[in-house]
Design a protein around this ligand. Structure first.
Ligand code: 1HE
Length: 268
């Protein structure tokens, strides 16, 4: 791969490990004793790591977890550790937003390999990835309503977009748990695999073959376009196509497909 031999470009990590091979960075959430619950420091580290991923020449990311559970969500020990004002909670929520935005808009496809609990903030983390692969042990829930709190890591936007408002409200009001093929059918995950990590690796390897600019357009562009009024989205789509389709590497790929030399080739 083209990564520098050392991992000097990575920030110092306490809660995650990273292994790079063939252009794919494999990130592992590594706080299994607390079921990978997300403390404030963990969330900050996620933001820093994905900022570094954005600036790196990594071409795709697998996000997995150590232990039987992907992520138990917010570290519930934290809110009890001090007396937070509403404005403090709002600030913390905005930090979660920043970290998960860094994932969604890092420009590289992020494939998460799920198992066990994907709950609360864990589901918000998974929802900021581009492809979710579950296994038979995976279950999705939003227990915030039951805890007397509210989502703060982007679920109202990203999970609602995946499953729709009615299912989102049902999950939050009743604590409804989704798993298996039903979770796939409602849109919480795109794949149900015997081995979610193996499947996520396979998907990442495939996506890493795409041109980086195409992957940026797909992973960031589609989400932004979905927020726009249709007329503006169509204009922006055309603009993105103009930039993406005219990159020399795309011309080369198209020419190879057609069995011809690329325009601009000296021998064309
Ligand atoms: C935790 C957390 C946590 C476990 N914060 N420490 N999330 C939840 O409501 C999910 C809460 N957790 C669970 O339901 C269960 O722990 C699991 C189903 C994920 C796993 O069960 P299990 O039997 O394997 O583990 P456990 O015995 O419950 O927990 C093992 C340890 O992890 C234990 O600590 P220990 O020191 O006693 O060994 C637990 O206290 C700890 N642990 N989950 C802190 N979440 C931005 S807003 C987002 C809002 C939310 O995310 S709300 C949803 C919170």
């Amino acid at each position: 791969m083209t990564e520098p031999a050392s991992n000097a470009w990575l920030p110092k990590l306490t809660y995650m490990t990273v292994r790079c091979e063939d252009g794919v960075a494999e990130i592992t959430l590594d706080r299994p004793s607390k079921r990978n619950a997300l403390s404030s420091a963990f969330v900050e580290e996620i933001g820093l790591l994905f900022e570094a991923i954005r600036a790196s020449n990594v071409r795709a990311v697998v996000l997995g977890a150590n232990g039987d559970h992907f992520c138990a969500g917010l570290d519930l020990a934290e809110p009890h550790a001090g007396h937070f004002a509403a404005s403090d909670i709002m600030h913390l929520s905005r930090r979660w937003h920043a970290a998960f935005e860094a994932i969604q808009h890092c420009g590289k496809p992020v494939i998460c390999a799920l198992r066990g609990a994907v709950v609360g903030g864990g589901l918000e983390l998974a929802a900021s990835c581009h492809i979710r692969v579950a296994d038979a042990s995976t279950f999705f829930a939003l227990p915030e309503g039951r805890h007397g709190i509210f989502t703060g890591g982007g679920a109202t936007v990203r999970v609602t977009r995946l499953i729709g408002e009615a299912r989102m409200m049902d999950m939050m009001l009743t604590g409804r748990v989704y798993a298996g093929s039903e979770a796939c059918t409602v849109g919480l995950c795109q794949y149900l695999a015997d081995d979610s990590l193996a499947q996520a690796r396979e998907i990442a390897a495939k996506a890493a073959q795409n041109l980086p600019l195409s992957n940026l357009a797909i992973t960031s562009g589609i989400a932004h376009l979905a927020n726009m009024p249709a007329g503006d989205a169509l204009f922006a789509e055309a603009y993105i196509a103009g930039i993406t389709n005219t990159q020399p590497a795309a011309q080369q790929r198209l020419a190879e497909f057609l069995g011809k030399a690329a325009p601009g080739d000296r021998n064309a």
